[in-house]
Write a protein that binds this ligand. Structure first.
Ligand code: AMP
Ligand code: MG
Length: 649
């Protein structure tokens, strides 16, 4: 089926645009113009072989279903007017006609006035009859007559011809995914051959010397190839048929050979990686040799995802996704899925977007379309989208994220309270049973483990104590873990509660100074002495914490006005502090005892923090909250917390 021929000018791509970064919209427009309209490849398939295929054309019913007026019950075909006066104390007698209409039997006798014909469920209504009475509502009088004691309305227990589907009525529309239901509908209409879209064969290639396939041993400095697997699966989820060609080293000849073969054998090629400065020129050169018109755009004003490269070679799309897994997924879902679905004759994915409210302001770079990973939780009135893992290229940030939202290139922020459209990675929202928003602690995993094993989904979003309290006040979470010291009263947490929140004690955790075991500058000192010694030694480098962290308040107390070397290194977690000291990038920092112990570092206790839970009273009755509270109080959890180095309250 050819829609039209190629649009004019698609082979005359202006060379200058290669040097220009295009906006997302301009890049999409040029890519689509270079690919569509295009011939849709259709095949006729036997009905039984169409499961999971996409219907390529609208299908209209060739017959009426049912094809005749049909009885819905076992009983007698009658003329309803004969029974108009029938009642419990005024039975009407009807003479039985000389035939029984079974399923598949065409009637031969008309139903004349004052007669009835026995009929089975599914039998065709004979001429003259306009209703059926159920056998249960009649009484036999000998063998040739029945007595009826209730009236029948015209059409009673009759399915009229074409009442399911009328001849010529649209049965299924092009673009429908064929499932068992659709197969049943087609069968009911007698359709044995179905026009389906030929699946789009997509070659998936990873590039990079550092890539190792899952299942193989990880060499030093190597990483597992996650893009290959995730891109291939996402292609299959969107009507494509992915063929993984493996990871190719950063070698121009090898890469070109693979891309040439992949292009010849596929309808589309999706490569990831190799987009950084020097490597980008290599792929650029290869694509120029793959076929016309070549590169449509190289560099799109996206954040992240700027190195995205879109090309068309021999009329097939060739896409180079950024190497960072999250960037690869943002650009794939946002810009490649629509192209793939259109090639596969699938309609735009309506089930892959939801609207959600953004609870906090999200800053954004002006001039670039920005993608922000979000976690979805149930709010008081609709879904809430929490930004998570912003700017991180880590594949692990997918575990707490449901999808992403897009901030327009012309906006420098998305204000708190905005309604945003969220593109889901997997098209069903899994709103968690328990939502924890606040300060993160490794002890939390020990409390939520039994919930997860019991089948409850837990979402924990680390935004710090104050952020958690704000979320709890807005009713966006079930509980907020907090560790806030009130300077005036010298007490933890309680002074920060407001109406609607109640404090459930969690555990105590010792904050202290960490240093490499055996470092004589710190061994045997108190925390105050250790910090004084560190400040006095100009070769001593510290690692700080981010502003707003409970730990930072303690560090500031010890430092006073001093700003030693390393002060501006401000990671956001206890573990990052321990890693900096363990790896020799810093000599001292402050972290919690269990983390210091896990990293085998020297530890000087400083202050015991109270890590408690601000529980939203209105949500306390929820089963998942109850499960959390009983897990917290259980012997097993308390023992697990203790052996990890915490002191349960
Ligand atoms: P590149 O575009 O090749 O410069 O890659 C950018 C970053 O993404 C580097 O940190 C790569 O190691 C990483 N990367 C590239 N390809 C993959 C892949 N297939 N799986 C996981 N990470 C990748
Ligand atoms: Mg690379």
């Amino acid at each position: 089926m050819t829609e039209t021929s190629l649009p004019k000018g698609r082979n005359s791509i202006d060379q200058d645009q290669f040097l220009t970064i295009l906006s997302r919209e301009e890049a999409m427009a040029r890519f689509e113009a270079a690919l569509f309209p295009r011939e849709l490849s259709i095949e006729q398939r036997k009905l039984a072989e169409t499961l999971g295929c996409t219907l390529a054309r609208d299908i209209f019913s060739p017959i009426d279903v049912p094809p005749f007026d049909r009885s819905n019950v076992d009983g007698f075909a009658v003329r309803s007017t004969d029974l108009a006066s029938a009642a419990e104390f005024a039975p009407v007698q009807l003479t039985l006609n000389e035939e029984v209409i079974a399923c598949g039997t065409a009637p031969t006798h008309p139903v004349l006035p004052k007669t009835a014909t026995p009929i089975a469920t599914g039998g065709p209504i004979p001429r003259g009859a306009d209703a059926v009475v159920m056998v249960e509502h009649t009484q036999l009088l000998g063998v040739r007559a029945i007595e009826v004691r209730r009236a029948a309305s015209p059409g009673q227990f009759v399915s009229f011809a074409g009442s399911d589907i009328a001849r010529g009525e649209a049965l299924l529309r092009a673009g429908t995914a064929i499932g068992s239901r659709e197969i049943g509908m087609l069968a009911a209409c007698g359709i044995a051959e179905v026009p389906v879209a030929r699946s789009v064969r997509v070659a998936v290639i990873s590039t990079g010397d550092e890539l190792v396939q899952p299942g193989e041993a990880l060499r030093p400095a190597a990483i597992y190839d996650s893009n290959g697997a995730i891109v291939a699966a996402a292609i299959d989820e969107n009507g494509g048929n992915a063929v993984f060609w493996g990871a190719v080293p950063d070698d121009e000849q090898q890469l070109e050979a693979t891309m040439q073969r992949a292009l010849a054998e596929s309808d589309m090629v999706v490569l990831s990686g190799g987009t950084s400065k020097g490597a980008g020129d290599v792929t650029h050169r290869i694509i120029a040799r793959l076929g016309q018109p070549g590169i449509i755009c190289h560099g799109v004003a996206l954040k992240p995802g700027k190195p995205l490269c879109l090309a068309v070679c021999k009329d097939k799309p060739v896409v180079i996704l950024p190497g960072f897994p999250t960037s690869a997924m943002f650009t794939f879902h946002d810009m490649i899925v629509p192209i793939l679905r259109r090639m596969a004759a699938l309609p735009p994915r309506a089930d892959a977007t939801v609207t959600a409210k953004v609870p906090v302001r999200i800053a954004s770079e002006l001039g670039r379309t920005e993608f922000v990973m979000v976690s979805l939780v149930d709010g008081a009135d609709g879904l809430i989208a929490y930004p998570s893992g912003k700017g991180s290229g880590a594949i692990t940030s997918f575990s707490q994220a449901d999808g992403f939202l897009r901030i327009d290139a012309l906006a420098d922020q998305m204000p708190a309270g905005s309604e945003a459209e969220v593109t889901l990675f997997t098209p069903h929202v899994r709103v968690p049973d328990l939502v924890i928003v606040g300060s993160h602690c490794t002890g939390l995993d020990l409390v939520t483990a039994p919930l997860a094993h019991a089948g409850l989904t837990v979402r924990s979003i680390a935004v710090g104590s104050l952020g958690g309290l704000a979320a709890a006040k807005r009713g966006e979470c079930d509980l907020a873990p907090i560790h806030l010291l009130d300077d005036k009263t010298g007490t933890y947490n309680t002074p920060f509660l407001s109406a609607g929140l109640e404090l459930v004690p969690g555990w105590r955790r010792m904050q202290g100074i960490v240093f490499k075991k055996g470092d004589q500058r710190f061994e045997g000192l108190s925390a105050e002495q250790a910090v004084r010694a560190a400040i006095a030694d100009p070769s001593c480098i510290m690692v700080n914490r981010n502003h707003g962290a409970g730990t930072r308040i303690l560090i500031d107390r010890l430092l006073g006005e001093a700003r030693p070397d390393g002060y501006w290194n401000q990671p956001r977690s206890h573990n990052a502090v321990a890693a900096a000291v363990a790896q020799g990038r810093a000599d001292w920092g402050m972290t919690i005892a269990p983390v210091a112990r896990a990293s085998d570092l020297g530890f000087i206790p400083f202050a015991e923090e109270h890590y408690d839970f601000a529980v939203v009273t209105a949500r306390k009755h929820r089963p998942a909250v109850q499960a959390f509270l009983s897990a917290l109080a259980s012997h097993q959890t308390r023992a697990a917390l203790e052996s990890a180095g915490f002191r349960p309250a």
